[in-house]
Write a protein that binds this ligand. Structure first.
Ligand code: ARG
Length: 467
């Protein structure tokens, strides 16, 4: 810890040193210090300390006047850190020590009362849960903006026909609105997943002390209320020992990243000249330092690439926790690098992806041209025959032969004349050609949640209600 003001630099003091005759080895301290990472928790740490001290004074464990001094000191320290006047340094071991040592410099030995009935074990568990609540709410807001944009896109392009793919082969024509709403539903579930997790995160561990409780008459319920937690731990060992919520949170982030990554893959493919279905605006494209014609989708590629980091974070924390004996172990300090990385990466990816997507447009003219003559209308022919009474397996076989004819004669399916169709089945009539238009193909879908314009309208209304 260093302050820019004067020569206030205090003797470095670790919180646990009194029982040792020799100072802690500097290399060992450097190795074990977590300040560089956990300084990101300074606001949560100060908030937790203020609640704890308030509770201590209300329960007459410390005098009201001393609590006031401690709280004022903590509020000043928050200012000092946020303004950059106080720079946390690694020698202080962790952010809890930075703050407590600075408090001692400011108000003297009564600063030590802050830790009455508390351990860094319940302190760090509290900080982590407060941080998770903040990040869940930021991710929720970012996903909300992305969902709104997807509804707008679906609205704009609901009558635009694109290819739907399976196995990355053109499969059937669909409404572009249907496509955007598929992603809407995925991001909606991601939001729900985070929200479901919130009830398990929103539990106060403060008052568990090291793990076994305290001889002081702590009022853990009051600490919980002061910190706006929804409920209180049941078991003090569990309160400090588990990181399952960190695992669940990173798992939820991983699913968000998987969805983003798939969407990015579509954008990358569809913006290539082979597909050329999507135009990414210049402001979201990069060029090549050697090939002047290049227009690359780097932002989408980076989001796809960063997905690997978040998956790595999940495996990291799962492995850290595996096989740890109860209760607290120092290994658990290693939860924060993957937690912060996953939360920060996922949040920035949702935000930048939303900006990227709003800077794309579909190449409607080309899509209309390509979908009009494509073999992806073949399912329409098969279903036409089914409607005329043929078993689907026979209809499929007949249509397969028609497709072969279309390929061999280099004639699009709507271009083959009725005589040609009737060579394959007497059931074909003039009305076949109505179903061989992409928009009538889309519109003839009858089933729930399908791509027909009326179904997409209904899905749009449902989506708008979930925004
Ligand atoms: N920096 C530690 C962590 O993040 C704080 C808890 C330290 N507790 C202990 N018993 N050494 O886990």
């Amino acid at each position: 810890m260093s302050t820019k003001k004067g020569n206030e630099k205090a003797e470095k003091e670790l919180l646990w040193q009194s029982r040792f005759a020799e100072p802690f080895d500097r290399e060992a301290l450097l190795f074990s210090s977590s300040v560089d990472v956990d300084k990101a928790l300074y606001q949560e740490d100060i908030r937790g300390s203020i609640a704890h001290v308030t509770m201590l004074s209300e329960e007459a464990i410390i005098p009201v006047e001393e609590a006031r001094l401690i709280i004022e000191g903590l509020e000043d320290i928050e200012q000092e850190i946020s303004s950059g006047a106080l720079v946390p340094e690694w020698e202080d071991e962790d952010i809890h020590t930075v703050i407590e040592n600075r408090l001692k410099e400011k108000i003297g030995p009564i600063a030590g009362k802050i830790h009455s009935g508390r351990s860094r074990n319940d302190q760090v568990a509290t900080d982590t849960r407060l941080y998770l609540k903040r990040m869940i709410s930021e991710l929720d807001a970012a996903l909300g903006s992305l969902k709104k944009l997807l509804v707008e896109k679906a609205e704009t392009y609901r009558a635009t026909i694109i290819f739907g793919y399976t196995h990355l082969q053109r499969a059937q024509p669909i409404s572009a609105g249907h496509y955007y709403l598929a992603y809407f539903n995925m991001f909606h579930r991601d939001q729900e997943r985070l929200y479901d997790l919130l009830k398990r995160v929103d539990v106060s561990p403060l008052g568990a002390a090291a793990f076994a409780g305290s001889t002081l008459p702590l009022n853990a319920r009051r600490s919980m209320e002061l910190l706006d937690f929804g409920s209180l731990f049941d078991n003090s060992i569990d309160a400090v020992s588990d990181r399952d919520i960190v695992i669940e949170f990173i798992a939820a982030c991983s699913v968000v990243m998987m969805h983003l990554s798939r969407f990015c893959e579509d954008l990358i493919l569809w913006s290539s000249s082979e597909f050329n279905y999507v135009e990414i605006s210049d402001s979201f494209s990069t060029g090549s330092s050697i090939m002047p014609q290049k227009k690359n989708a780097d932002i989408a590629e980076l989001v796809r690439g960063k997905t690997g980091r978040v998956y790595g974070d999940l495996l990291n924390i799962l492995t850290v926790m595996k096989g740890l004996p109860l209760s607290y172990n120092r290994d658990m300090q290693e939860d924060k690098p993957p937690l912060f990385d996953a939360a920060g990466t996922t949040l920035s990816c949702i935000r930048i992806f939303t900006r990227l997507l709003s800077n794309t447009r579909l190449n409607e003219e080309r899509l209309a041209r390509l979908t009009a003559g494509d073999l992806s209308l073949a399912t329409e022919i098969a279903e036409y025959l089914v409607k005329k009474g043929l078993p689907f397996r026979d209809a499929h076989r007949i249509t397969g032969r028609i497709v072969t004819r279309s390929i061999e004669t280099d004639t699009p399916l709507p271009g083959l004349d009725l005589d040609a169709y009737r060579e394959f089945s007497e059931l074909f009539g003039e009305d076949l050609y109505d179903s061989l238009k992409p928009d009538s193909s889309v519109n003839s879908k009858k089933t729930h949640g399908s791509t027909s314009f009326s179904s997409v309208e209904e899905q749009l209304r449902n989506a708008a209600a979930k925004c």
